[in-house]
Design a protein around this ligand. Sequence first.
Ligand SMILES: [Zn+2]
Length: 204
Amino acid sequence: MTLVEIGPRSGIAFHLREGETLRVIDPAGVQVSDLLAYSATDVREAISNGRTFDYEETVALTAGNRLWSNRSNPMITIVEDTVGRHDFLLTPCSEATFRHFYPDRQVHRGCFGNLAEALAPYGVEPDMIPCAFNLFMNVRIAADGGLRVEPPVSRPGDYVRLRAEMDLVIGLTACSAYASNGGSFKPIRYEIESDMPATPLAGS
Ligand SMILES: [Zn+2]
């Protein structure tokens, strides 16, 4: 159970086998982490916010909820959640969203660029990147339907524990956008918890 740190404004990809648990930690607090999941046997099967909202009948996803694929298979179960506020509505921040929302600031490739680079060795092309499950992201929906991005309510050490329901390729970031992270960029940490012997996954 090695704790891995994702540096501020960066991202990573790795395999997570069925039955393994991924614990994603916000070590400093008030930091978003975008999560993507693909089937390790066919990366055209990917995490889907629309399918997830359909089957879970809520946008307020937390412990007990599952994250579903575009092929209507459960990919991930949220088994523990010390925060209880995440977003699955908004897309990963990108060069284009930086130009749109922060025209006076330096453009960054954002979570989208970080995920595209990290996932390329697994056969995932940029156009195969869907809406991410945005851990710790605090998006408020007003009565009139308006969306407002507020700072995460996560405190230092808060975490989410996710169990893989199939063999997965995971993409994970420390988010790069100003508003999503309360104006400053912190790291994210994660660890993979496994009861199984360490045998390499085919194709890894
Ligand atoms: Zn981001």
